[in-house]
Design a protein around this ligand. Structure first.
Ligand SMILES: Cc1cc2nc3c(=O)[nH]c(=O)nc-3n(C[C@H](O)[C@H](O)[C@H](O)COP(=O)(O)O)c2cc1C
Length: 207
């Protein structure tokens, strides 16, 4: 079984943690390989997920860290050029191919599962930002002047956290910060961590 997650604050996103816990019976006695995508520094994201799986009696065979174009399009400092992002996607494809060969050969990579990553993730991020992934948030922030009430965000939200009322998007408090609504908003009316839209991370940009 392969589990893929994007690392949030050196942890698994809340939606991923809850998915694993809600389906724990499915993971009993299963062999799992964890792939963690990240912007810069996964720290302990893979390790936290591995510990959760082990709690539910799964065996974690290994892990792979892959850098991807990060989805935080409302923080300018994190943005890369489209060329740099395309290069990351190509590197990711190569890393996955190499990791599959290792897995088939019976020597799976163990990235993110060692004590160094545990300590780096804990002190580098989780001690300070643990709460960010422990709860859902009252997000996204919606600029009503820009919102045209098209409802795309509400349809795409995996948490059913957005509704349209009086022709405007409204958010509840169940946001897992996945940036799906943000990236697909046609009028750039939504923000999550930052205050301005610098880049919308759309798959078609990387083909
Ligand atoms: C709320 C949030 C927190 C993040 N925290 C980290 C982080 O701690 N380290 C990192 O390298 N990338 C971080 N990222 C970047 C994501 O790991 C990266 O964009 C990942 O590929 C997203 O995958 P997804 O689109 O499947 O959620 C974060 C992204 C978000 C939205």
């Amino acid at each position: 079984m392969i589990n893929i997650l994007g690392v949030y604050f050196s942890n698994a996103p809340k939606i991923v943690q809850d998915f694993i816990s809600a389906n724990k019976i499915l993971f009993e006695n299963k062999k799992i390989f964890i792939i963690a995508t990240m912007g810069l520094f996964s720290g302990d994201g893979t390790g936290c997920t591995a510990r959760l799986f082990r709690k539910y009696d799964a065996t974690v065979l290994g892990g792979l860290h892959i850098k991807m174009p990060d989805c935080i399009g409302d923080e300018k400092v994190l943005k890369k050029t489209p060329e740099a992002n395309k290069a990351l996607v190509l590197q990711a494809e190569n890393k996955i191919t190499a990791a599959v060969s290792e897995l088939k050969a019976g020597t799976p990579l163990k990235q993110g599962l060692g004590i160094f990553c545990h300590i780096a993730g804990l002190f580098g991020q989780r001690l300070w930002f643990y709460k960010k992934t422990a709860e859902y948030k009252k997000k996204p922030d919606i600029d009503e002047d820009k919102c045209i009430g098209c409802g795309r965000c509400a349809k795409l939200c995996p948490m059913d956290n957005i509704c349209i009322a009086e022709s405007k998007a409204k958010s509840y408090d169940r946001c897992t910060m996945c940036y799906r609504c943000f990236s697909h908003c046609p009028t750039q009316a939504l923000t999550i961590l930052g205050k301005h839209v610098y880049e919308q991370c759309l798959l078609e940009n990387y083909k």
